[in-house]
Structure formats: structure tokens, C-alpha cells
Design a protein around this ligand. Sequence first.
Ligand code: ZN
Length: 344
Amino acid sequence: MKRKWRLLTAVTALAVLTSPALPAAADSPPGRPADPRPDTEKLTRHLKAIEVKSRGRVDVETVGTSNEGRPIFGASVGRGPLRLMYVTQQHGNEPLGTPAALKLLEELGTERTPQNRAILRAVTIDIVVRANPDGHERDWRYNYDPDADPEYGEPGKGYDPNRYHDPEVAPEDNPVPESAAIRRLYDRTAPDLVVDYHMQGRYVDDEGKEITASVLWPTHPDVGDGALELSRQAVVASAEAIEDSYGDANVSLYPGGDYQGISRNAYGLKGSGSVLVELSATGPDREQDQIASAYDSMYATAAAAADGSLFEIDPGLADELPERGDPLPSDDARPFRSDGDDLD
Ligand SMILES: [Zn+2]
């Protein structure tokens, strides 16, 4: 399906003659292989080290605190008027966006290439690096709140942070500190675009080829036209970056729902472009590739925002992405849930 989608991309682009070439992502993420699952202490050290090495270009702060007292980090890089917000690991057992964010901060904060300089001049990127540290430490989806009886979540464990972004709920009334921290940063920075990085189980396309990532825009019916258009342009930018990231990369649409508490919908309803990226849990042998593909999505989005090509993408190209197909017929197809579909 990859070839078919990309052929359609090319044909559509030629037909309308309005989609300029997107800027290429940096060839590969910098540095050594990433630790896919650094613990909180290691993550803290790594962020501080990047901050120091960047000589002020990366600013790391604590934007919230989990119920067990762990810091929720916000890292900012760039000084441009366009504001991007990336979020990783709202679900604790969906880790790979976090090492990708570290690599992005290191690249943009410490590598003084002409393209990086241009990005930092045009764009400010605020990243919630591992929104759910308690869930990470337990390797589960939820935050940690064992006394809660959540509408979305699991009694005895905690809340599902990605169901508590309802635009009509103020942060101080939000029972989920992780979601409130994201919302406070959103309110403070007023991002033009939010990209939220998750992980899904394992699926194939209709030709039997494994899907390595799925993407989606806000699907709530009340999202405004401008926010929806930018969301769909950014979906195309991420899908192309991920497909170009490595040989077997293969992107589909994500079959997500319309609930307004999902960040993808909530921040679209608030008026921002909003994108969900779900990396597939393709197994330990391909985690570095998957981290690199998330990094490429992050970098390409920033580069395309910076040079303006993001806003020239035909949003209709998003409709050419194939649907996600069947789960892989194996026990590891659904590492995140044992029942029903896994969710945003
Ligand atoms: Zn998730």
C-alpha cells in the first residue's frame, strides 16, 4: 500500500501543482542508539545534560508533578513566532516518542547547521517529554491513582490521561495532573500545532505488509475549518517523513474516535492544528528504527512549519492514506490491551 499511496501523492501533487517538495529531515537522529525506556532519573539527567550542552538554546522546566511526585518535564527550543507543541508518552507503556524527543532537542539545541538555525529562528517547539512518568515506571497505560474510580481508566490503577483533555474542563478542576499539565502548557504557549506521540499494537495493510505507524487528525465534528486543514496538512507531513525514515516504514490512518477528551480532538476544538502519531510496537529489533521515524516526524514538521511548506500541502492528500488493516495474527499483536481495539 505504501507504493500506491505515494504514487497517489505524486500524481495528486502534479495534478494540482501546489504541493512543493517538503524539506528533507536531517538524515538520521544524532548520537548513539537511544535508550528506548530511560527511567525517570536517567531521563532527568539526559534533559539537564542537553540543556547545559545547548548553552541556553534548550530550556527544561517542570510543567507538572505526578501523583507520586515525579516531575513532568517541558522542554523548549527555538525562538520563532510559530509555536509547536509535541507531547510524548501520555500512556506510560507507549515509550518510544520520548527518546525521539530527546534526540530532537539534542539535534536542534546543539547542532548548528543552517537548517537547524532556520528552524529555531522561525519556530518555538515546546515538548512535554513523557507526560506520564508514574505510568512509565509501572509500564502501564494509566497514571497512578489507585483510589480513583475513573470514568476512563481502571479502578485500582488510575486514569487514562488521554481522556481528560476536555476543552471545557479547567486545569484546576482536572483530576489528572498529567493532563492538566499539558493543558496549562497549551494555554501558556498557545501553539499553532500539537502533535501527540503514542504507540499501538501490530497491524498489516490489505496487502499483508506490516503497518509501522498510523496517523489521524481531529475527528470531532465541531473542529473549525482552519484547525482541521492544518491538522490534515501536518498529518501528511508526518506520514511522508515516517515513510521516508526507513525501508519498511508503512503508514496508515488511525481508526480513532470523536470524543472531545482525547487530546487530538481537544486541541483541535481549541483551534490548533492537532495530530496523533501512533508508532506500532514492532518489537525490540526495530525500536531504533521506530524512534528514528518519530524523530523524523518531529523534525520534518518543524522544518516544514519553518519554511512555510507545511501550509502549502494539499490537505486532501490525507485522504489517500490507507485504512489500518487487521491485527497481526500473533500474541504480540496487542501488547497494550487484551480486549477490543487499542485506543488513542
Ligand atoms: Zn496511547
